[in-house]
Design a protein around this ligand. Structure first.
Ligand code: TMP
Ligand code: ZN
Length: 404
C-alpha cells in the first residue's frame, strides 16, 4: 500500500487475515457477513505504522456504537485529570472555547462544562451524542475535518483548546483532520490528543490494538511529521498509562512555542527503540505469530484436559485476538462484559456468547482469559472473590501466561 500521509510505497508488516468489524457484536450468527482484510504496513519516510484497508466509517461509527466512555471509572478519572492539566488554566477573561473531537457520551467535556467554559463536542455516533446532550453538554453529530472545522469557526469563533482521546487514530484522512485543526485553532491555542502508543504496542507485542478503528498506531516521530505538513508543530509528548500505554501529544502553530525537553527525550528514545525502522516492525510481526500459536496451544491443552475456560470483557481488541488466533466457542465457553449493549450478543466472527459477569458465580470456569488486560489491576481487585473461588486468570500481553 501507499502511505496515507506521504504517498510513498510502505512496507507490508502483518497479515491478520479476514476480519469482521471489531465492535460489531451480533444477535444471530447469520448477521455476521461483513469481512475485510486486516493487514498493516510501515512507512519509513514518515515513520507511520498503519493498517492497509479500513472499512467504511459508517460501518464502524453509527447510531448503535456500543462503546460508552463513562462506563469506565478509570477513564472518567483520567479525563478529569486531563481537563485539570489542560483546560483549567485557560484565561476566562477571553471567554475561551474548547472543542472535543470524538466526544462520545460527554465524559470528558462534562469536566469542561463544570468549569463554566464554552465547549462543543462532535461525534459521528448519534446514540452517544444524545446521551451527552441529555447531560447538558453541547454536542453535535458529525465527522471532524477541514469543512466541519471552518463551519465551527464561523459559528463559535476560534478554539483555544481542541481535545481528542482515542479517536484521532480512527480518522484515515489525517491530513484533512490536521488542516481542520490548523483552521480552527486560535494563534495561541493548543491541540491536545492522546492515543495508544506504538512504542508500547511494539514493546508489549499488544497486537490486539490493531483492528479496524485503529488505522494509525502513532508515535511522537510520526505525529511530528504529519502535523508539520500543515504548519503545526508537536511541542510536547506526555506518556499515559491508559489503554495499555498511550501518549498525549500537544500541538501548536509553528513558532508558537519551542519543543519541550521531555519531547526531545521521547524522540531520541524512539530512535533508539528502532521505531523509525522497518525491521523493528517485521520482528514485531514474527512475535505476533508466536503469541498466536502460544495462546492457541494453551487453550487447546486446557480443553484436552477438560478444563472450562471463559473470557473477561468483550473488548474491541479481543476481536483481533479471537479471529487471528482462530478461537471460537469450542475453546472459550462465554465472555462476561459489563456493557448491557454487548450482553446476549455474540462476538464478531468467533461467535462466543457474551453474558453478565454474574455468570462467573453461577457457572464458575477453571480459567478466565483477561481480554481487558489494560484494566488488569482494576479487574483483579474487583473480582478477588472469583480468584478466591479458585479461578485462574490467563493473560496474553506481553506474554501468554497464567497469572500467578
Ligand atoms: P476498553 O479496553 O476499550 O476500555 O474496553 C473495555 C471493555 O471491557 C468494555 O466492553 C467494558 C468491559 N469491562 C468489563 O466488562 N468490566 C470491567 O471491569 C472493565 C474495566 C471493562
Ligand atoms: Zn509516510
Amino acid at each position: 500500500m501507499h502511505c496515507r500521509v506521504c504517498g510513498v510505497e510502505a512496507r507490508k508488516v502483518n497479515d491478520f487475515g479476514q476480519m469482521p468489524i471489531a465492535n460489531s457484536f451480533i444477535r444471530l450468527i447469520q448477521e455476521d457477513v461483513f469481512r475485510f482484510q486486516l493487514s498493516t504496513s510501515f512507512c519509513e519516510d514518515c515513520a507511520l505504522f498503519q493498517i492497509d484497508e479500513q472499512p467504511n466509517a459508517e460501518l464502524m461509527f453509527h447510531d448503535a456504537y456500543p462503546f460508552f466512555t463513562g462506563l469506565s471509572m478509570e477513564m472518567t478519572r483520567h479525563f478529569k485529570d486531563l481537563v485539570q492539566s489542560h483546560a483549567e488554566s485557560l484565561n476566562r477573561e477571553i471567554d475561551p472555547f474548547v472543542v472535543e473531537i470524538g466526544s462520545n457520551d460527554g465524559t470528558l467535556l462534562q469536566f469542561v462544562r463544570e468549569l463554566g467554559i464554552r465547549h462543543l463536542g462532535i461525534d459521528p455516533s448519534s446514540n452517544v451524542v444524545a446521551i451527552a446532550n441529555s447531560k447538558g453538554i453541547s454536542s453535535e453529530v458529525g465527522f471532524f475535518g477541514e469543512k466541519t472545522a471552518v463551519e465551527i469557526e464561523k459559528r463559535f469563533g476560534e478554539a483555544d483548546l481542541i481535545l481528542a482521546a482515542n479517536v484521532i487514530c480512527h480518522i484515515p484522512d489525517i491530513i484533512d483532520l490536521a488542516a481542520g485543526v490548523k483552521k480552527l485553532l486560535g494563534p495561541n491555542g493548543q491541540f491536545v490528543f492522546e492515543e495508544p502508543y506504538v512504542g508500547d504496542i511494539i514493546a508489549k507485542t499488544s497486537y490486539d490494538q490493531i483492528y479496524d478503528e485503529h488505522v494509525y498506531l502513532f508515535g511522537a516521530t510520526s505525529v511530528r511529521n504529519i502535523f508539520r505538513r500543515v504548519g503545526l508543530e508537536l511541542i510536547d509528548a506526555i506518556p499515559q498509562f491508559t489503554h495499555g500505554g498511550s501518549m498525549r501529544y500537544v500541538i501548536m502553530h509553528v513558532g508558537a512555542r519551542s519543543q519541550s525537553l521531555r519531547l526531545n527525550r521521547i524522540l531520541r528514545d524512539e530512535e533508539v527503540a528502532g521505531l523509525s525502522q522497518t525491521n523493528t516492525y517485521l520482528e514485531f510481526a514474527a512475535r505476533c505469530e508466536l503469541r498466536r500459536s502460544e495462546l492457541r496451544s494453551l487453550l487447546q491443552q486446557l480443553k484436552t484436559a477438560g478444563a472450562r475456560v471463559a473470557g473477561y470483557a468483550a473488548t474491541s481488541k479481543s476481536t483481533t485476538i479471537l479471529n487471528y488466533c482462530g478461537i471460537n466457542s469450542d475453546l472459550i465457553e462465554y465472555i462476561v462484559d459489563s456493557t448491557p449493549e454487548k450482553q446476549m450478543r455474540l462476538t464478531p466472527g468467533s461467535h462466543i456468547r457474551i453474558t453478565d459477569v454474574e455468570e462467573l458465580r453461577k457457572v464458575p470456569p477453571d480459567y478466565l482469559v483477561l481480554f481487558a488486560w489494560n484494566h488488569e489491576k482494576e479487574i483483579l481487585q474487583k473480582e478477588i472473590e472469583i480468584t478466591q473461588m479458585g479461578v485462574k486468570w490467563i493473560r496474553f500481553v506481553p506474554n501468554v501466561e497464567i497469572i500467578s
